[in-house]
Design a binder for this molecule. Structure first.
Ligand SMILES: [Zn+2]
Length: 438
């Protein structure tokens, strides 16, 4: 088909559908507060701490999270299953002896396309000043009981609902020792050929107030998304060097999608997208997924107080150090959970990201031909082509092109960036896929 650029319109945010609005209202700051408080009360959740003490250490935390998630799964009519995923991590710089690491993984099987998967994680291990100190108190309220509380609350509210794609809610361990739990989880998916279309790490999402004298920013969450893919191959590098695209990797498209569906009055949040893989000197579990070519992002609070992270609990010169519950804002964590819920629900209900999108470069022309594989989504309605100036941050124009798998547009591919997204019968839009030359 032929698409005329003059028929394009500007882009609008995707508003939440009725079910999503209901779901967002069910997210409960009091439950989140109870989860953060309970997790901090295990004393330490260090990966090398006791695995069989019923009260203190990572084993007690593991068993408690598992029980809670199983309770949520009981309301799912058999669609949510909860698994303890254990493996032995061999010794390394931060693991002195072979150590059993266990992820708790709740999987809500999709009704329509169960093979299409979206993953959200928080890490339930914690640490003190010395990364090998497995005995000192390490309450880890913000880092990262807050992220685990988000994951558990999402599992609770989603368990009673039907989604088209599969959602995975995982509390991972070994993060502070080297991202080991998420590395194992991502590798399991890679080995099984699972189509993970997005992953979010919630890590340090406890408060919008850094408690350092600066103005609080309780309605902002940062979303870190890489540009050039960590998994880029030399051939992909050559293409990028030739025609650009360093701002069009799949994680950048995911960042645009999250702003599209999660910045609204119902979440009450601004998603501050940061065009970096992570902060200076830091990392999180999304990197395990990026390494394997899965689109992934990290959510974190707007400004951190480094006296409250990775620090022994103590008072020094009148300053309270340590990652304590009292510095968390449960209403803030609930709003971050709503941002996650809006993203995951919208991803799961929309068609998957278009695959095999090609921009035709067989000859030199002043128009643009795009082709893609047909969607496997049962309620697919049509596709949209989007584009923007090469210097623009986000998509500027959208052209509905119907239920086709090829279109020629009277615009030069040399002058703008193009993308394709799928639309279902309810108007849910997929993330955008950027084309590769072919
Ligand atoms: Zn962390």
């Amino acid at each position: 088909m032929l698409g005329r650029a003059a028929h394009a319109s500007g882009l609008h945010r995707q508003p939440p559908d009725r079910q999503l609005k209901e779901l967002l209202r069910e997210i409960d700051p009091h439950r989140i507060g109870a989860t953060v408080t309970r997790l901090a009360a295990f004393g330490t959740r260090h990966t090398l701490s006791s695995q069989d003490d019923p009260e203190r250490g990572i084993g007690a935390a593991r068993d408690w999270i598992y029980e809670q998630l199983r309770r949520h799964a009981a309301a799912s009519g058999g669609r949510m299953t909860v698994e303890l995923q254990s493996f032995i991590q061999p010794p390394g710089p931060r693991i002195p002896t072979p150590t059993r690491i266990t992820n708790i993984v709740a999987t809500l099987r999709g009704d329509g396309e169960p093979g299409r998967v979206y993953v959200v994680t928080g890490h339930y291990d914690s640490r003190a000043t010395d990364v090998l100190d497995a005995t000192s108190d390490a309450p880890g309220a913000d880092d990262d009981a807050s992220g685990v509380a988000v994951v558990m609350e999402l599992a609770r509210v989603m368990a009673t609902r039907r989604t088209e794609a599969t959602l995975v809610f995982a509390a991972v361990a070994g993060e502070e020792q080297g991202l080991f739990g998420s590395d194992h989880l991502a590798q399991q998916y890679k080995d099984a050929g699972v189509d993970v279309q997005a992953m979010f790490s919630n890590d340090i999402v406890g408060t919008g107030d850094a408690h350092d004298g600066t103005v609080a920013d309780p309605r902002t969450v940062r979303l870190f998304v890489e540009g050039v893919p960590t998994s880029e191959t030399p051939a992909q590098t050559a293409t990028r060097q030739s025609v650009g695209g360093e701002n069009d990797g799949p994680s950048r498209q995911l960042g645009r999608f999250v702003q599209d569906v999660a910045e609204n009055p119902q979440t009450g949040m601004k998603v501050r997208v940061i065009w970096r893989r992570d902060r200076y000197l830091r990392g999180s579990d999304h990197i395990s997924f990026l390494l394997r070519g899965y689109p992934a992002a990290r959510l974190t609070e707007p400004r951190e107080n480094f006296a409250h992270e990775h620090q022994n609990v103590r008072v020094e010169n009148g300053v309270q150090y340590g990652d304590l519950v009292e510095f968390c804002d449960f209403y803030y964590i609930a709003r971050v959970a709503r941002v996650n819920a809006a993203a995951l629900w919208s991803l799961a209900q929309a068609p998957g990201t278009p695959k095999g999108v090609i921009i035709d470069t067989t000859r030199l022309t002043n128009d643009t031909t795009l082709r893609w594989q047909p969607s496997t989504s049962a309620d697919l309605a049509s596709y949209e082509v989007v584009w923007r100036e090469t210097t623009a941050a986000d998509w500027q124009h959208v052209l509905p092109v119907g239920n086709v798998t090829a279109v020629t547009i009277d615009l030069s591919k040399d002058n703008v960036f193009f993308g394709v997204r799928a639309v279902d019968r309810d108007g849910h839009r997929s993330p955008v896929a950027a084309p590769t030359p072919g």
